[in-house]
Design a protein around this ligand. Sequence first.
Ligand SMILES: [Zn+2]
Length: 444
Amino acid sequence: MSRKDKTERALPTPSRGYIAGSHTMRVLGRGGYELVSACLWPADCQSCGMPLGAARPALCLDDLGDGRSLYASLHHVTCRDPETGTTSAAVEAAEPCSWVARTLLLPLSGDEVPMMLINPGLEGVIVTRKSGRRPWQVILDPRYIAAGLASPGRGLQLDVPIAGALAAFTDTGDIVVGFPDTTLATVSAATEPRTRSAIRERGGIMLAVTHAVNPRDVATNRDLAPALESGQTRMGLAALASHNDLRTGSWTPPLAQIRRAEVRPTTRGEAAAKRQDFLAGTVFAAAVGVVTPEGPGTEDIQPLFVVYVRDDDTTYLPAPQIRQAFALLDEHGTVEASHRLMVATSWSVLDAPGGSPLAKLKLEFHAPFTGRCEVVLVADQHAQHLHHVAARSMIGITTQQRMTAATARPAATFADALDACVLISVAASPGLQMLIDTYGWQRR
Ligand SMILES: [Zn+2]
């Protein structure tokens, strides 16, 4: 599942509390529970990726394996049992799925500093403590510290950019911030004209990353106080750059963020409702295929997984971004188009009685245009191909007309097939792997 910007959607407030099992309460204590609860917002379930909705979510813990840190996250109670859901097994990474970012102008020592306030994970936080007796603390993902963000108090440099973050304007005036040397996902936010000029004047934008506030709720300077006083907020100036700079180094487009995708049967009534939610506003793939290179020297080239969409309004009404991506492909060719496209992607899956298992490819475009769309596949129809994309892979999106036109001639090459596609990198999907394992879908 992609990390989703939850800027525009109102979320229930966390004050009504979460359902915590007895083990969770024993580990966190009342104080730890209160601390964690104040830094969580119920956006999407961290198991299935679907909205948590109005029911009280389960607060579950995972051990981060360093002997003192835990990952606390929210789930549907049907996806993860609050009583048994807390594990002592170490998890590899903690990746909450929703983020919120907004820009504002912060009056600071007689100046107005353009700032991007980022909550990098609404439904999951890392808590840590120095020893068994010390109180728990919510901390930021250490990758932000590695990128150069620092405590606001200690000699924060207003004019010296940090090494690990860059910002760029999109064609629509939004600002995108990336962390080129880390696996952290990019975030973007709209900007007002005054903020844009301030960013240009300063040559960058001040980042403030925190779990302490939901940026949606910050209207004035005073609303920022809880973040600045929390001790967990980290700040730093991201220099203004071009999109190409955002891509330098080892940085690759943002990765999928499902840390664990549990696939569990639900009851039939629930299943119908879940399917409807899962399918709302999506495009159905017309077909799926794999293009395999042949000939000497091609053994190491990964086959290309291709998702075909219909060349009509059944695709372009719910997903105008796919039409825009095709226009980019037609204008610049596949290599340049994929270079210009900045898109975060991921898979989510739905496996419930009352229908075939479904897989959904989520696409969140950051540049050169913005917007989100989703393409759904009926997973068991494409069972023999899915192993190609359960691991990190490139996928192509195209129409059958485009592919036929590119590959109909007798000497058509693998490159011709690539030329027909919008190429997108997609991270490994535990959800797809779970479907493959559950149903015993083998490579053929
Ligand atoms: Zn769920």
